[in-house]
Design a binder for this molecule. Structure first.
Ligand SMILES: C[S@@+](CC[C@H](N)C(=O)[O-])C[C@H]1O[C@@H](n2cnc3c(N)ncnc32)[C@H](O)[C@@H]1O
Length: 329
C-alpha cells in the first residue's frame, strides 16, 4: 500500500500537461524517447526531463535495451496503482489526446510495416535464417520434451511464419492452426504443409494482438521466436491466454536478454530478448501459472529460453467474448 507522501509525489509528477499525456501514451504500450518525441512533437531534452521526473516518482519504469531505452507504466511498484488510476481518469475524448493516440498508432504501424517488409523479403529463406540464430535440432528436441506426449486436441501456433511448429507437432495434435500477419510467410507455410502431406493443420492470416479465435478454444498455444517482434509482449501473452482452454498451456520460446544491437537493424527485432522476470510478470498479468523453471539453450551469440504457463482449471475466460471470433475448424 502506498503512503500519503508517495501519492502526493505521484500526483505532483503527473500534474502537468505533457506528463499526463506521456502517462496516457505509455499506458498503451512501452515507448522509446525518440518515439515519444515524435508523438508529442517536443524536443528530446524536454521529453527526457519529463521522463526522468516520472521515473523518479515511480509512475514510469525505465527499460534499457541495447542502445534504446523504453518506458512503460510499471506493474509491480506501489505507484503503479496510482498510475493506472490516473490513466483511467484521463478523458479519452480530449482532442489533443486523440491526436497523440493517432500519432501513436502511426508509430506502431511504421514498426509493423518495417517488420512486414522484412518478412516479405526473407519469407523464402526464413528456415535457413532461423537456423543461423538458433541451434534448431537441439531446440526442437527440447521443445518436444517440454510439450510431452499428452494428446493435443487443438494446437495454435501464433506467428507461425513458415509453419515449422505445425510441421513438428502435427502428429501430436488432432488439429492445428497457425496464425501470421505476413501473407508471404503464410504462402511458404502453405506450401510446406502441402509438401509434407499434413491434412490436420492449416494457416490463416491474423494478428497476434487480436487472434481470430474464440475464448477458451485451444489446448496448447505456442509463441516461437515471435515475442521479440512485439512492442507489447504482455498484451500478446494475454491474448494467447484468452484463447486457452482451462488447463491449457502456453509455451513461449524466445531469446534471453542480449546486447546484439544489430538484430534490431538487420533482423527488425523490436526487443533484445527477455528476462525470466519479465515473462513471469506477463504470465501473472494474464492470470496463468508459471510451470516449472524455464529451459535454457546456450547458443552463440544468443541464448534461447523456453517458458511455460498453464491456465487454471477454473479460469474459463479472461476477456469478453468476441463477436467476430470463429471456432477452429
Ligand atoms: C521470427 S518469425 C518466427 C516464425 C516462426 N514462429 C518460426 O519460429 O519460424 C516471426 C513471425 O511473427 C510474425 N508476426 C509479427 N508480428 C505479428 C503479428 N502482429 N501478428 C501475427 N504474426 C506476426 C511475422 O510475420 C513472422 O512470421
Amino acid at each position: 500500500m502506498h503512503s500519503l507522501d508517495t501519492l502526493l509525489g505521484s500526483l505532483r509528477a503527473a500534474g502537468e500537461h505533457t506528463r499526463l499525456r506521456i502517462l496516457a501514451l505509455c499506458a498503451r504500450g512501452e515507448l522509446s524517447v525518440s518515439e515519444l518525441t515524435q508523438i508529442l512533437a517536443q524536443s528530446q531534452p524536454r521529453v527526457s526531463r519529463h521522463l526522468k521526473l516520472m521515473v523518479e516518482a515511480g509512475l514510469l519504469e525505465r527499460l534499457p535495451e541495447g542502445a534504446q531505452v523504453y518506458f512503460r507504466v510499471p506493474d509491480r511498484e506501489d505507484t503503479s496503482k496510482i498510475a493506472h488510476a490516473l490513466v483511467a481518469l484521463v478523458p479519452e475524448s480530449d482532442p489533443g489526446l486523440n491526436r497523440d493516440f493517432s500519432r501513436l498508432q502511426q508509430v506502431r504501424d511504421k514498426r509493423t510495416r518495417r517488420a512486414q517488409k522484412y518478412f516479405q523479403k526473407v519469407a523464402k529463406n526464413w528456415d535457413q535464417i532461423r537456423a543461423m540464430h538458433v541451434p534448431q535440432q537441439q531446440l526442437e528436441e527440447a521443445l518436444l520434451e517440454v510439450i510431452g506426449y499428452e494428446p493435443i486436441s487443438e494446437l495454435l501456433d501464433i506467428g507461425t511464419g513458415t509453419g515449422r511448429m505445425l510441421e513438428i507437432l502435427a502428429d501430436r495434435a488432432t488439429r492445428g492452426i497457425g496464425i501470421d500477419l505476413s501473407s508471404d510467410m503464410l504462402a511458404v507455410a502453405r506450401s510446406n504443409i502441402e509438401r509434407n502431406g499434413l491434412t490436420n493443420v492449416h494457416v490463416r492470416q491474423g494478428d497476434m494482438y487480436q487472434l481470430p479465435l474464440d475464448d477458451a478454444s485451444v489446448d496448447l498455444a505456442i509463441l516461437h521466436l515471435v515475442l521479440h517482434y512485439s512492442d507489447d509482449p504482455a498484451k500478446v501473452i494475454q491474448e494467447a491466454c484468452r484463447v486457452l482452454r482451462p488447463d491449457g498451456r502456453l509455451i513461449v520460446v524466445d531469446f534471453a536478454v542480449h546486447t546484439e544491437e544489430y538484430f534490431r537493424s538487420e533482423f527488425r527485432h523490436h526487443r533484445l530478448g527477455f528476462t525470466d522476470e519479465e515473462i513471469r510478470q506477463c504470465f501473472n498479468a494474464a492470470r496463468v501459472s508459471v510451470l516449472k523453471e524455464s529451459r535454457q539453450l546456450i547458443g552463440d551469440p544468443l541464448t534461447i529460453k523456453i517458458w511455460q504457463a498453464q491456465k487454471s482449471k477454473n479460469l474459463v475466460s479472461i476477456s469478453q467474448p468476441r463477436k467476430s471470433a470463429k471456432q477452429m475448424s
